[in-house]
Design a protein around this ligand. Structure first.
Ligand code: AMP
Ligand code: ZN
Length: 118
């Protein structure tokens, strides 16, 4: 079962509560917490509680969870008063700059974002 918690996965440990974080938002599928190395005044991570390495492994059965990630991000953005906008980012694989191999959505806000990204 590929989506079970991996013992050596940092974000699985966070989802299970083995590593404490400020749990900004939580439901049955999703957890949001602050990024430890913020790149904007507001920088939060939203993760599925179930392990999924990246969007490369995403299949149709993950659709509810992936949809919930985006809906939760919108809710957290409201909670953080990001009415002026924000950026949602999913880094995937080496070329995408992914460093933690448990899928996560970055929510960045509180300043204007540049385009194109680096
Ligand atoms: P990515 O480069 O897209 O894989 O993003 C991984 C993110 O996880 C980076 O922005 C890190 O700062 C963040 N990160 C790593 N360890 C932790 C942690 N223990 N708590 C919160 N954020 C973390
Ligand atoms: Zn994991």
């Amino acid at each position: 079962m590929p989506d079970q918690a991996l013992p050596d996965c940092l974000f699985c440990k966070i989802a299970l509560g083995a590593i404490p974080v400020e749990r900004i938002y939580e439901d049955d599928l999703v957890l949001a917490f602050p990024d430890i190395n913020p790149q904007a005044p507001q920088h939060l991570l939203l993760i599925p509680k179930q392990h999924l390495a990246s969007t490369r492994e995403a299949i149709a059965e993950h659709t509810p969870m992936l949809g919930r990630l985006v809906a939760a991000a919108a809710q957290v953005a409201l909670q953080k008063h990001l009415q002026n906008g924000y950026r949602l980012v999913i880094n995937t694989g080496p070329d995408g700059g992914q460093t933690v191999h448990h899928l996560h959505l970055h929510l960045l806000g509180g300043r204007p974002m540049n385009w194109p990204p680096g």
